[in-house]
Design a protein around this ligand. Sequence first.
Ligand code: BES
Ligand code: ZN
Length: 615
Amino acid sequence: MSADPCSFSSGTRSATRHLNLVLHVDFSRRVLRGSVQLTLEALEDRFSALTLDTRALQIFSVTANGQAARFTMGPKHSFKGTPLDITLPFDLSRGQQVVVEVAYETSPEASALQWLSPEQTAGRKQPYLFSQCQAHHCRSMVPCQDTPSVKHTYYAQVSVAKDLVAVMSALRDGQEVDPQDNNRIVYRFRQPVPMPSYLIAIVVGALESREIGPRSRVWSEKEFVDKAAFEFSETEAMLQAAEALVGPYVWGQYDILVLPPSFPYGGMENPCLTYATPTLLAGDKSLSNVIAHEISHSWTGNLVTNQTWEHFWLNEGHTVYLERMIGRSMVSEQFRQFKALGGWKDLQDSVNTFGASSPLTQLVPSLQDVDPDDAFSSVPYEKGFALLYHLEELLGGPEVFVGFLRSYIQRFSYGSVTTDQWKTHLFTYFKDQVEVLNKVDWTAWMFAPGMPPVQPRYDTTLADACIALSQRWIKAGDQDLSGFQGSDLKTLSSHQLIEFLSLLLQEDALPLSHLKKMQEVYDLNAIMNSEIRFRWLRLCVRSRWEEAVPMALKMATEQGRMKFTRPLFRELYNDEKSRDEAVRVFLAHRAEMHPVTCSLVAKDLKLDASKTTGL
Ligand code: BES
Ligand code: ZN
């Protein structure tokens, strides 16, 4: 097993098999107080010392099989947190298990948690709490072996005020009045499938739910439930499409929870409970590929897991591949090709942002002393997808390659893998085509920075209209502007409109006269689809349209999905005229921002992170 550069607790000496969590959610102090029992298996003889990951936790006591155990906290690391070193009062031999119980409390600044005041919710009456543990934030919520190389089941009991509802990334296992306080309810959860710590998730709020399929409900504040039920009505069809590709869904329930707007990602594949940003609620199901993506993680990521965050592409590359295969089943092969082409452009954008020689553009980067949040980009997603698509083309097409994926999933289910193990399995599965595989420039694909060594050829049928229209705008002189009309967009789908704007974003800024004309004929300011609005406002800011600055700042702060918020802030920062305003608005909003978004935007705006976090 390779060591995890992001965890103090990895190594081969012991492994957690089960977690038993008892938590009291305290909104007045913004802390979780409680205990965790870790059932650990010794992997070596004479095992008596272990280290857990923690971050900003207060540890009250540690016991082992009920006996007091000595513990010390090591030195604090900037993003890894603080190691909790525990000495057991006895030795174990290999294969024996021990139950270590830690009593603790989280900090109000826990990086996994965002605590929202009632005013920050849609209902404005009840507070709200959500966790986001991926990649290395679980340790700020639970002392644990916070590494994707370790998998365990879990059980949890969560006490909340009786007007609130708790949900977790697990099956619901009943509820009762809290025996200690009859103004509270204890919610119980069980997760019988072994999974890594980063998939533990907890949400508390005034939540309601509605059934959307035989194994699916949507959860959110009541204000969004109906809209969400409509938007995600294809969920069961997507689950069935995925099962037809890669085999049975083993997690039982597949629910979707729509979070408040500050949720930093588009989606998060928490088992039994996918998280989704409200920016997916476009009203026309056009952003549902994010759900296809999170569904796909039920196999690639949650069953077969990257062993460390250096192998993150195994999670995301395979998931994007499956997401697009679901698109192929439900729409068409042309649609898959169109999305793949768009992905190549996203990869190009990430390579441009990091710089073509940045080590963070490697498919398999070194994360020694690198915070995984700083390394996050489209590279593992789209370079990963491009490699898998390239292999698909070389080895016989989508049906053949899905056979490999099925075999990879079967071979490594319930485990964690490295890129080497993936590659060995590839060579074993395609043992009759080893000459083909040997022609692949593996070193360049995996370890060279910049764009991949081979550019796949994608069908451009659906992209052609976007390319043609973007070229008309790019080539137009002022005298040509009268030739543009609202009807230019008539035959474009919202996917194609997004692609059209992405193509313009790849070019130098258009003249302001062009953007004003574009607004006049297409009225893009009126479009609320988040993917369209985000690109349109970036284009406007880039062309120095002053009226767009407040609109861009509004979008950057009214929702907190980092895919939108970070580039909008960066775009505003790059313009000297709007720079100070961007910094001012960020500083005014940072107290309500998600802790991870807050620290990354602070870095983007070149503000000293230590002054902006910790509030
Ligand atoms: N697991 C990721 C989100 C994530 C990655 C959170 C790393 C924290 C650290 C999720 O599956 C994801 O990839 N979401 C994308 C969806 C998109 C690729 C369709 C997103 O959030 O935009
Ligand atoms: Zn993903």
